[in-house]
Design a protein around this ligand. Structure first.
Ligand code: B12
Length: 250
């Protein structure tokens, strides 16, 4: 590549470094460095979610797969986009329909990235242990809980996803029926985290608290809250949830 005239101009475009090489008087070539290239694709994906554009998110996710972008980095970037959108929502710069469309964009792209997440995971961390997971009563936020369910599944756990806005007693009964080792409880609102406590109280009342490890997560929860309600663990994200689940079932 450098066999022509020794003229090499390095340039740095925002997020995309490249080298411009002159071969002879008439010909040049441009090399895009893959790090920057991949970064640009992740940025594209994040932008698509921020702009609640599902088609753009799906095609950016496809590009990520083609370019071998780390699928987890891509998923995390989409999570950041949703959080950013949440801040915009609080400032009343966007409204519920836009946020809802953004979650569709997230889900569409996640479906493309899921097989890559599977490939990247060792696949046997869960060793067939069973998890029942739900977003608690009164809370419809499902994206984070679904992401945790996906990551647990690709790590080899058997996961029964009960959905969102799920009644506390129903969660306990489902855990019994499924023969779960772990109950995962998601709550994103300060008004709904008390239902995490309620599930634990139901387990106690039924005399089955010790049959299960209970892990909690979601925006409004904290490690202190988990301790206060007598949960067995807390994780702030899906990757941590896998490690936590693994530790809880050792
Ligand atoms: C998307 C969204 C919605 C969507 C949900 C669509 C869906 N099907 O999920 C819609 C538009 C429906 C919605 C509605 C509402 N929302 Co909303 N929403 C959001 C938003 C923007 C993003 C949430 C999200 O998906 N994040 C991306 C995922 C990947 O992150 P995550 O959920 O945090 O999950 C990660 C971790 O928390 C953790 N985790 C999650 N669950 C679990 C479980 C376990 C067991 C473990 C271990 C870990 C874990 O791992 C996940 C992956 O890394 C947040 C903003 C924010 N900052 O969170 C507001 C937010 C949560 N919403 C909020 C509010 C107020 C509402 C509404 C009340 C608005 C209204 N006026 O109607 C309603 C609630 C309706 C109801 N009854 O539930 C507030 C909550 C405030 C509070 N602290 O109480 C927030 C924080 C926005 C804000 N800044 O005001 N919302």
């Amino acid at each position: 590549m450098f066999d022509g005239y020794p003229l090499q101009l390095m340039r740095q475009l925002p997020g995309m470094p490249f080298a411009l090489t002159r071969h002879d008087r008439w010909s040049f070539s441009i090399t895009l460095f893959s790090g920057g290239f991949r970064m640009a694709t992740i940025d594209e994906l994040k932008k698509a979610v921020l702009e609640y554009d599902e088609d753009a998110a799906v095609s950016a996710a496809q590009k990520c797969v083609k370019e071998g972008v780390n699928a987890l980095d891509a998923v995390n970037a989409m999570g950041d986009a949703l959080k950013e959108l949440g801040d915009q929502f609080q400032r009343m710069e966007v409204f519920l329909p836009e946020v809802l469309l953004a979650t569709d964009a997230f889900k569409g792209a996640l479906a493309i990235l899921e097989p890559e997440l599977k490939k990247a995971s060792g696949g046997d961390a869960g060793a067939g242990k069973k998890v029942v997971i739900a977003t608690v009563k009164g809370d419809v936020h499902a994206v984070g809980k679904d992401l945790v369910a996906t990551m647990l599944t690709v790590a080899g756990f058997q996961v029964k996803n009960l959905g969102a806005d799920v009644d506390s007693e129903f969660i306990c009964d489902a855990a019994e029926e499924y023969g779960a080792d772990i109950i995962g409880l998601s709550a994103l609102m300060s008004t709904t985290i008390p239902h995490q406590k309620e599930v634990i109280e139901f387990l106690k009342a039924k005399g089955i608290r010790n049959k299960y490890k209970v892990m909690v997560g979601g925006g409004s929860t904290t490690p202190q809250w988990a301790e206060q309600i007598g949960a067995d663990g807390y994780s702030k994200d899906a990757v941590g949830a896998v490690t936590l689940a693994q530790n809880l079932t050792k």
